[in-house]
Design a protein around this ligand. Structure first.
Ligand SMILES: CC(C)(COP(=O)(O)OP(=O)(O)OC[C@H]1O[C@@H](n2cnc3c(N)ncnc32)[C@H](O)[C@@H]1OP(=O)(O)O)[C@@H](O)C(=O)NCCC(=O)NCCS
Length: 296
């Protein structure tokens, strides 16, 4: 009997993902050895745009990609995943081309894994920086309490309140360089803890702690300087029993050094890459860690 030959993977339709796809997105993460992260996918699919290719064998998704738009000046790209059984057959390349066409010239930014980087280079992205993932349990130290941000410092940290949101959005805009209101407004519900740092009543930093698998992730982390960043991490770490994970922008050597001294170990590295823009906008000095690698 004649059997129709299977449709080539590169011809399969690309469709929009929605919250009904959460479990199959998580299955795909698991397939590639990533945490399932349904919680994170929930945020990403409600605030961003998900693209997917249904697996021709009927077993969930063959591939995903996510874009997070920040107005006309920047879109972050992330969650590019292809199921292991469909790897190296051009699926990621096709999905990325589709996403780039859909973005119609909007500058793009992403954090590339080692596996993803060659494809992005081929598609015209340039490396502009890096991030180092550190993880583990944070040991106490001389600065382990917020009252000791540095001796004589007037910086204090406390849990964020509803009326901090406007000041957080203003601070975030200068550091990130694009309006993230749609994500920041979701942080109180998404995070286990949202902490702000103040100096004489002025907001000088904020950070969130959210669950991913068996770890607690710190991000975003926006702070005036290393001491404020460290105080925020210390306070957040004290609220959880889980090991921490942070993707620290690797220009922040001082923070990375201090976290290493306190027991956090290097886990992996990603490369920050852009397309259509020479660098990430905003103030790199105050941007310590992204919310997630998929959102910037
Ligand atoms: C990275 C990933 C999405 C690539 O998917 P894919 O469908 O296998 O990629 P393609 O077949 O479209 O290959 C495109 C190019 O990427 C590169 N590439 C793909 N897989 C690679 C790997 N394992 N190691 C090094 N380069 C790789 C190659 O340059 C390849 O081109 P070539 O096959 O002509 O040499 C997939 O390996 C994956 O899901 N990895 C785990 C999750 C991840 O790291 N995602 C990237 C997030 S930034």
């Amino acid at each position: 009997m004649h059997r129709p030959s299977p449709r080539p993977l590169v011809d399969l339709p690309i469709r929009r993902l929605n919250r009904g796809d959460l479990v199959t997105c998580a299955d795909l993460c698991e397939d590639r050895g990533w945490p399932r992260d349904e919680h994170r996918w929930g945020l990403l699919l409600s605030a961003g745009t998900g693209y997917g290719i249904d697996a021709p064998d009927g077993r969930g998704l063959a591939a995903t990609c996510l874009t997070m738009a920040y107005g006309p000046g920047l879109t972050a790209v992330g969650m590019l995943l292809v199921a292991g059984r469909y790897a190296r057959q051009g699926v990621a390349r096709r999905l990325m081309r589709h996403v780039m066409e859909a973005e119609e010239g909007t500058p793009l930014a992403l954090y590339a894994t080692e596996q993803g980087r060659p494809l992005y280079e081929d598609l015209g992205f340039s490396a502009v920086g890096g991030a180092e993932r550190v993880g583990g349990r944070l040991a106490g130290g001389p600065d382990a309490s917020s009252s000791a941000v540095s001796s004589g410092s007037s910086v204090t940290t406390r849990p964020a309140a509803a009326d901090d949101l406007q000041a957080m959005i203003r601070l975030d805009l200068t550091a990130f360089g694009a309006d993230r209101t749609h994500l920041l407004a979701r942080l109180p519900a998404f995070s286990d803890r949202l902490q702000v740092a103040e100096d004489h009543g002025e907001l000088v930093g904020y950070a969130a702690l959210w669950p991913s698998g068996s770890t607690a992730v710190v991000g975003p982390l926006i702070a005036r300087d290393t001491a404020v960043a460290q105080a925020l991490i210390t306070e957040l770490a004290a609220t959880t029993d889980r090991p921490l994970r942070i993707d620290v922008e690797d220009r922040h050597k001082e923070l990375l050094g201090r976290l290493a001294e306190r027991g956090l170990e290097s886990v992996s590295r990603t490369t920050v890459m852009t397309y259509g823009i020479s660098d990430f906008p905003g103030d790199a000095v105050r941007r310590f860690a992204p919310l997630t690698l998929a959102t910037g």
